[in-house]
Design a protein around this ligand. Sequence first.
Ligand SMILES: NC(=O)c1ccc[n+]([C@@H]2O[C@H](COP(=O)([O-])OP(=O)(O)OC[C@H]3O[C@@H](n4cnc5c(N)ncnc54)[C@H](OP(=O)(O)O)[C@@H]3O)[C@@H](O)[C@H]2O)c1
Length: 404
Amino acid sequence: MRDASETDFDLVQFGATGFAGGLTADYLAEHAPPELRWAIAGRGRARLEAVARRVGELAPDRPEPQVIEIQLDDDDAVAALVGRARLVLTTVGPYAIHGEPLVAACARAGTDYVDITGEPQFVDDMYLRYHEDAERTGARLVHCAGFDSVPHDLGAMLCAQQFSGDEPLKITGAVRANAEFSGGTFQSAIGGFGALRASAKLASQRRTVEAGRSSSNRRVHVRAGAPYKDPATGKWLAPLPTIDPQIVVRSAAALPFYGPDFTYDHRMAAKRLSTVVGLGAGVGVLLVATAIPPLRTQLAKIKSSGTGPDAERRARSWFNVRMTGESASHRAVVEVRGGDPGYDETAKMVAETSLSLLLDDNPDVSGQVTTAVACGGALLGRLRAAGIAFEVLEGARTPASTHT
Ligand SMILES: NC(=O)c1ccc[n+]([C@@H]2O[C@H](COP(=O)([O-])OP(=O)(O)OC[C@H]3O[C@@H](n4cnc5c(N)ncnc54)[C@H](OP(=O)(O)O)[C@@H]3O)[C@@H](O)[C@H]2O)c1
């Protein structure tokens, strides 16, 4: 972590004029310590000043964030600003299009970096290009600090902590949610669906590089199989091809308490088989549509950037992630529950991840790291305090024997 005395800002936020970024700025204004040296940066001064005024009104007792106008394609200006900061938080997306300059600058400067991407191709590309730079400078590059993938990463971590750590362990994650998404999320999803082939290639390159770097004989696997009806809950569980399983097994590969042989199976849960079939068909249609350029252009017009569910809709939204862990000798069930997953809770998660990296006594790690590896224990405590439930429903170990 860079020293406060060699920087002008603790946190520089990019994307505060957008939907998720605006909610994140509001959360920081209301929850960050008043002495946090905070700036908001972006390409439109007037829009940034409006955000600074709004968050100033939300928290009149703290100074407004400083406003910095900057173009992300101006490498020198970006490097200079990142060099003045201890941490960069960015919600500028789609990340595959706009994300690289900030990752590159942070990795080179030794500045910590946090985002809310859910785009696997971007995360793998950034690993291949900047992980080694960040390891050398000491920067922690923490992607996926929103609903992708904090509840799953920390939920699986808490579940693994209920086991002895010396047996093979399988965790099945089952996700339910009722929510709407923003224009920015929609645009990023279209980009992701349209880049599946490139994404698979980057994932394969990454696996080769990681295998060459690892000297561990512990094994981790992602499993995906056909839908089935869970006898314990009566719900249908179908494979959910998000970035979450990749994040969970990266944490498992780095943290020995997940055991010698760890498997993660990521699923959506639904009451009816027809919901699972409908969703599968919807994904199939999107896959075809995003592969045909004119259809893709039409699709992109459905929901434009900057828009998202209003406060009343977000107040009715919720998520529930159930992690069921099984080893030869033990079974444990953990539930993670919260409100609007994509925006209200994502704002909390990304802001608290950033504050944890800045303020908490976390493990000494660097390079591209997951939330569980960078700040898992401290972040779990912060999110519980912020109202997100992480509950061990079954098979809790006594606190004294729980891994940290
Ligand atoms: N993982 C999760 O759980 C999760 C949840 C929510 C969102 N997301 C992701 O977060 C991203 C943002 O979502 P959103 O709904 O907030 O999108 P949004 O409302 O469209 O906001 C995008 C932000 O990026 C900025 N931006 C875009 N292009 C830029 C450029 N060339 N230079 C500088 N700034 C630029 C915009 O600034 P201007 O005002 O200047 O246009 C705006 O502040 C998306 O990729 C979305 O998928 C992830």
